[in-house]
Design a protein around this ligand. Sequence first.
Ligand code: CS2
Length: 458
Amino acid sequence: MTAELPRLSRDIVPDPKAPVRIVHVGLGAFHRSHQAWFTQHAGDAGEWGIASFTGRRPDAAEVLAAQDGLFTVVERSDSGDTFEVVGSIVEAVDGANVDRFVELVGASQTAVVTLTITEAAYASSADDLSLLVSGHKPTTPLGRLVLGLAARRDADAGSLAVVSCDNLSDNGNVARNAVVDLARGVDAGLADWIDANVSFVSTSVDRITPRTTPEDVALISERCRYQDEAPVVAEPFRNWVLSGDFPAGRPRWEDAGAVFVDHIAPYENRKLWLLNGAHSILAYAGQLRGHATVAEALADSVCLQAVEEFWDEASRHLPGEELRIPEYRAALLDRFGNSRIAHHLAQIATDASTKLRMRAIPVLRAERDAGRTGQGAARMIAAWASFVGTNPGLQDPQSDAVAEANRLVGGERVTALLALLDAELARDPAIVKLIEDLSMGFPRAEVPARAAASGTAA
Ligand code: CS2
């Protein structure tokens, strides 16, 4: 039946291609439900096409290219699904096609480069530096970006904006430092050119987008009467806060609800601590207790209390009426409780050593500086420490060091794990003891709470 349906393309959903003026790195589900969606909904969308490159594997680009870049966004709320075809991605390219990437970053009509490359990809890579120095093609996103920016300088194509859309605090500056440092190792003049001509924009991005399942693909065929191999399912909520200059222009993302601010840190912290921090607590505590999804874990009072305790601590360091913390927290409970979105805890649990540095450590430090224990933040770390004890294969940029820590026991083990997040805190025996004691606190629930299964979001 499915085989008889036409494949989604610009023939069956006419949507003229806009010229490429945005280059994206990290063509995944989140990019499609967020930056591509916002670009589609900008008032001047017709002028802004995205060329989107994959990170490590070609698959997503191949699937999307076969349907002219079009894909369906399934907006999934408690009350049902709505379907929308998004056409802002006009070119979907394998990231290994470095020549095309360099050509586009070097083109004067390109005004914006956006990144969703994961938190871990901002760490420096010695391999990339030696590849660049020896005139070979780099393999990491930032290495490729340095090559692209060198081409832009050489072509005298002018300034542009690089917009990090990863869940890192101060992500614009983190991106700037990583790119400029890498460039300086290759060519000091290039580093200076980047410093003077590239605007690194900081952003806080938000839209819960679980991995697409075969059931989602089947649902599109049934409901939309075309075949789409690259749909994304997302919650109705979306948020994008940006801070920085766009010297070569940008789409009118504000028409789609994006907000431009002078000082982004409070918004970033609100999102990273309250949303992502809670996610990390649920990911480790929830799985230890036998749950599989965010909604299931949230229905367990042990997990919910751990989240609320952490939120109370974090909220003390999120001052200012305009942040509307009580409303934000209430909205998060609703969003997490959307049981039709099957957001798997295993997906959130990866890359802990990078994520917890952003989600737990700032709150733990702020609480201790204020003379309190920081127990809520410590509990997030304790849940991770306990989880990696029984799940040693968890994906992590520091997986070797995690495995080494796991060979130790008791306080020594906790010290070694904490040192991966914050070396100084790991030297404080009181914090180590607190985390060690808390790590016993997540026994498997006798009857794991199971959220009502939905026919479409299983
Ligand atoms: C999650 C985020 O996987 C994770 O670490 O916390 O991907 C989260 O779902 C998004 O930031 C929501 O905007």
